[in-house]
Design a protein around this ligand. Structure first.
Ligand SMILES: Cc1cc2nc3c(=O)[nH]c(=O)nc-3n(C[C@H](O)[C@H](O)[C@H](O)COP(=O)(O)O)c2cc1C
Length: 314
């Protein structure tokens, strides 16, 4: 299967629940052009008449022109992940990613997300079934284990045997959640052990981080999560197309332009000012620029979208 990117160094925007909705993806596509976009995870609904919720379908088919969209599913074979994927594909979805990393209880108490590490023997049969029905790329985004980071090596053969096209590794365990640092020494071992493109993910927040992780791991590309929320132009800085060390004014101008556009979309997608402001707040809290603290604090005080727009321009 051809890979869903053409760049020699693909830089992807990470799937982030509650954040990477179609509005944010469109705006990132317009302003900073990640090589690949991912949906928030689509939770397969076991036993429901429709295994995929109507709202998830809207997200799954909302493609930004020129940038492939990967739809992430979370579930397991016994919970209808194959049936859900069949429906997604019937509705035009091309690329599927399986979440093998979600650390939250609702997922890990069943064999979904990070919980799949509890039954590693189920991984290959499920991926083989998906491989047979997914027309575009099939990939997995994984953590390194439940609480033992070497558990990943038990499932690597399953990835290779099932013929997935690429693997995204967030090198933390499920138990770690977001604590500590991603262990990219382990990413290096995984890259060496596999014959398919491995994308490194975790704690890349600057060009220096990106260069260090690429040099250390030999990964085929990077996936950026919180770092791309804090600094959307990190994509361009790594590529050398955006200022490497922007001034505070430049950072503010970049964020203001992108966030105004995002608000246009959020007003359309979400119901009412309170919801728009709450969604917006969950994004801006990732920006930790010390000299923009006062400005960011001012944004938080807005009670209406109009006030927020005025505060953005202040
Ligand atoms: C708010 C939030 C929501 C997330 N939702 C998802 C998700 O839906 N699917 C997924 O695979 N990972 C999810 N993640 C994990 C990220 O994709 C990424 O693996 C993790 O944040 C590490 O990368 P980073 O250090 O670049 O942020 C989420 C992370 C955050 C912070």
């Amino acid at each position: 299967m051809p890979l869903p990117w053409s760049s020699p160094l693909p830089l992807m925007l990470a799937p982030m629940q509650g954040l990477t909705n179609r509005g944010l993806r469109r705006v990132y596509g317009k302003h900073v052009q990640p090589d690949l976009l991912f949906t928030e995870f689509v939770r397969v609904r076991p036993g429901a008449p429709q295994p995929v919720a109507a709202s998830d379908f809207v997200e799954a088919v909302s493609v930004v022109p020129g940038i492939p969209l990967v739809v992430q599913v979370i579930g397991c074979a016994s919970e209808g992940v194959v049936e859900a994927t069949t429906e997604l594909v019937a509705n035009g979805v091309e690329h599927i990613n399986v979440n093998m990393g979600c650390p939250w209880g609702r997922m890990t108490s069943v064999l979904a997300g990070g919980g799949m590490f509890r039954a590693p023997e189920t991984v290959a049969p499920m991926l083989r079934k998906l491989r047979a029905i997914v027309p575009g790329s099939l990939s997995v985004k994984t953590r390194t284990g439940i609480d033992d980071e070497r558990q990943i090596f038990d499932v690597l053969p399953a990835f290779a045997d099932a013929g997935i096209d690429f693997l995204v590794v967030h090198s933390r365990t499920v138990a770690q959640k977001y604590r500590g640092q991603a262990n990219h020494a382990l990413t290096t071992e995984i890259v060496a052990a596999l014959d398919l493109p491995v994308i490194a993910n975790g704690d890349v927040r600057s060009v220096a981080d990106a260069e260090a992780v690429l040099a250390q791991t030999g990964a085929a590309g990077l996936m950026l999560g919180r770092g791309a929320l804090a600094d959307p132009h990190l994509f361009g800085r790594i590529r050398g197309t955006a200022p490497l060390t922007p001034t505070t004014e430049q950072r503010k101008a970049e964020l203001t332009a992108l966030w105004h556009d995002l608000l246009d979309d959020y007003v359309e997608i979400f119901a009412g000012d309170a919801q728009v402001l709450s969604k917006f707040g969950s994004l801006t809290r990732h920006v930790d620029h010390p000299e923009l603290k006062r400005w960011l604090k001012g944004l938080k005080k807005a009670k209406r979208v109009a006030q927020l727009r005025a505060a953005l321009d202040r």
